[in-house]
Ligand binder design. Structure first.
Ligand code: MN
Length: 254
């Protein structure tokens, strides 16, 4: 009888210990979950406005036209540095709560660090999103018609855009943009300037951009910028460019 009592006590004790550890574990899980959620919310508060967007494809996705190592360094080092320096340049100023489009429209009023790093941050995101793996088909629909109308043919457009990149002395960008009358135009900007900036000669809404800084091509193409430019046409994301065009056009006609 004593033995039975003892065994029963052990069973009850084991049951209680198991139950306690189960409850403790469950509480821990829910505590971790809360921590995670709070962390996520905090992160969102600090980065939802000026976010360092993920590259929309893998580093090797644009091979062989743009190589993996170039993309790793270009995105992970150059672009990241512009982003971080932009955040540092606007920290504690009114710009922290502004839209980047507004900052660009008034860029001449702000320090040159904002112009260079804000441009570097924005232009690169725009450049990544304008490319894709196995891109390079011809533009279709409204965009195709507009390109033919503005430049007489797609080949002529390609030539003019390529020339804008080839003839940019030093570092900069080649752009296809829409002006405020709804007309397409090609331009090039030095350094990290873009057509959204008030001090840019030819202003408009960007549709397609090509980075012609040496860091965009030097590892694979060295001094042969024209070869990189020729390769660029194989990775243009024309669907994205067409969407940008329709959006820009709808805002012009408003
Ligand atoms: Mn670049």
């Amino acid at each position: 009888m004593k033995k039975m009592k003892f065994a029963l006590t052990v069973i009850v004790l084991v049951f209680l210990v198991l139950q306690y550890s189960f409850i403790a574990q469950a509480q821990n899980i829910s505590k971790n979950q809360t921590n995670k959620n709070t962390k996520k919310e905090n992160n969102m508060k600090t980065t939802d406005k000026f976010e360092f967007q993920a590259l929309p494809y893998a580093y090797d996705a644009l091979e062989p036209f743009i190589d993996k190592l170039t993309l790793e360094i270009h995105y992970g080092k150059h672009h990241k540095a512009y982003y971080e320096n932009f955040l540092a340049a606007i920290k504690g100023t009114e710009m922290e709560s502004m839209d980047i489009m507004y900052i660009f429209r008034n860029i001449s009023k702000y320090p040159v660090a904002v112009r260079n790093n804000g441009g570097g941050y924005y232009n690169h995101t725009f450049y990544w999103e304008g490319m894709k793996a196995s891109g390079g088909d011809l533009p279709t629909g409204k965009l195709s018609d507009a390109i033919t109308k503005s430049f007489t043919s797609f080949d002529e457009f390609k030539k003019q855009f390529s020339d804008a990149g080839k003839t940019r002395f030093g570092s900069g960008w080649a752009w296809l943009s829409l002006d405020d009358k709804g007309k397409l135009f090609i331009s090039s900007t030095p350094n990290q300037d873009n057509p959204l900036m008030d001090l840019t000669e030819k202003k408009g809404t960007p549709l397609l951009v090509m980075d012609v800084w040496e860091h965009a091509y030097y590892l694979k193409y060295q001094n042969k910028r024209p070869d990189y430019i020729e390769a660029f046409w194989n990775v243009v994301n024309w669907e994205e460019v067409a969407q940008r065009y329709e959006k820009a056009l709808s805002q012009v006609s408003k």
